[in-house]
Design a protein around this ligand. Structure first.
Ligand code: MRU
Length: 346
């Protein structure tokens, strides 16, 4: 894939500034943890797996300035750093799972000198990065088998190369199907309020020569009624033990519509997006973002300045509405509580 969303280069984290797409492809070098926090918060880097990698790199950035050999101070700074990065966005569990991996690296090597621990943290962050590249391709290989030539697919938000290191989860399925020579169409919901579908998904699908059509979110029901949609592929930000899945706001509406029209809905997500500590979607924290994202579009005011706004960034799709979850281990089918456990705990 020609898209490199995030990478560690010259002691910095280089990211594509996704706020500028689709009109400008601009890279930012995050040189410290504050810049990385801000990049995550403002969606310069976004998408659950990419946020996970960004969090690991954020830890490396924050530790660059640590000098000396005082272990107590090192641990104190390290945990404060993890807390700081963890405060950027609450829903995508990849962020917390990757911070936990960095913490475990420190905890498993408490007795080593600080420079050695730092080296191991670099190794772990690179392992997280490479693992994302690998698992996305594995999910693509499992998922593409679901698509036959001639099918029309629908997707929401951006679960592509831009939401991962360089391949994607839901869109990775399309890339793998394309590689197999299959011919299919993809409809992309524009995904209000921040238009990740319109700005990012169509941008990267067109780059890969995939037959892509953009629709407004409120057109999905009509397309389903017109039998223009055969299957839906979406990513995830957090999947509970019972399969309830948080993803970009609007995914739940699509799932309800899909059920009514008899259309299968597949979630595509790696192990790092599962939260086995929680029983159901009720326990998933849902990020609420600023009113301005709803009252303005591209800097232009589209609603009265004093109107009340509710802006949850994610919703939870109940497991009964999900046909299958494509993971790097294969496709998990219902009953999800039993099969998620069986697949991920082996
Ligand atoms: O607010 P965003 O753009 O970070 O939301 C992203 C999504 O909801 C994606 O669908 C999800 O993270 C899966 S990305 C492979």
């Amino acid at each position: 894939m020609a898209i490199s969303t995030i990478k560690w280069i010259n002691n910095c984290a280089r990211i594509i500034d996704q706020r500028k797409l689709p009109t400008k492809l601009v890279y930012i070098d995050c040189r410290n943890e504050k810049q990385m926090w801000h990049a995550i918060k403002t969606l310069a880097v976004r998408g659950a797996p990419a946020i996970g990698v960004a969090a690991a790199f954020g830890v490396l950035l924050g530790l660059k300035k640590f000098k000396g050999s005082d272990k107590y101070k090192f641990y104190k700074d390290f945990y404060a750093l993890c807390d700081h990065i963890g405060s950027s966005r609450p829903t995508a569990v990849n962020l917390f799972n990757m911070l936990d991996r960095m913490k475990k690296t420190v905890e498993d090597h408490r007795d080593l000198p600080i420079p050695e621990i730092k080296k191991l943290l670099h190794k772990e962050a690179q392992a997280i990065y490479r693992e994302d590249q690998r698992v996305c391709r594995q999910m693509g290989d499992f998922g593409e088998k679901l698509i036959q030539s001639g099918k029309n697919c629908l997707t929401v938000c951006n679960a592509g190369a831009l939401a991962t290191v360089d391949y994607g989860t839901a869109l990775g399925v399309f890339y793998s199907a394309k590689k197999k020579g299959k011919k299919f169409k993809v409809y992309s919901c524009e995904t209000r309020p921040l238009l990740q579908g319109a700005r990012l998904t169509t941008w990267e699908l067109l780059k890969q020569n995939i037959d892509t059509t953009l629709i407004c979110d409120n057109m999905a029901a009509t397309l389903m009624k017109q039998k223009k949609i055969d299957m839906i592929f979406a990513g995830a930000d957090r999947i509970a033990s019972n399969g309830d899945t948080a993803n970009k706001i609007g995914t739940y509406s699509l799932a309800v519509l899909a059920k009514h029209h008899g259309i299968p809905l597949y979630i595509v997500a790696p192990r790092s997006t599962f939260d086995l500590k929680i029983k159901s979607g009720k326990q998933i924290p849902i990020e609420e973002r600023s009113a301005r994202e709803v009252t303005h579009m591209g800097g232009v005011q589209t609603a009265p300045a004093n109107v009340k706004v509710y802006n949850p960034a994610f919703d939870v799709t109940d497991n009964q509405l999900i046909t299958g979850i494509v993971t790097e281990y294969g496709i998990i089918r219902p009953p999800f509580a039993k099969n998620i456990k069986k697949t991920l705990r082996r």
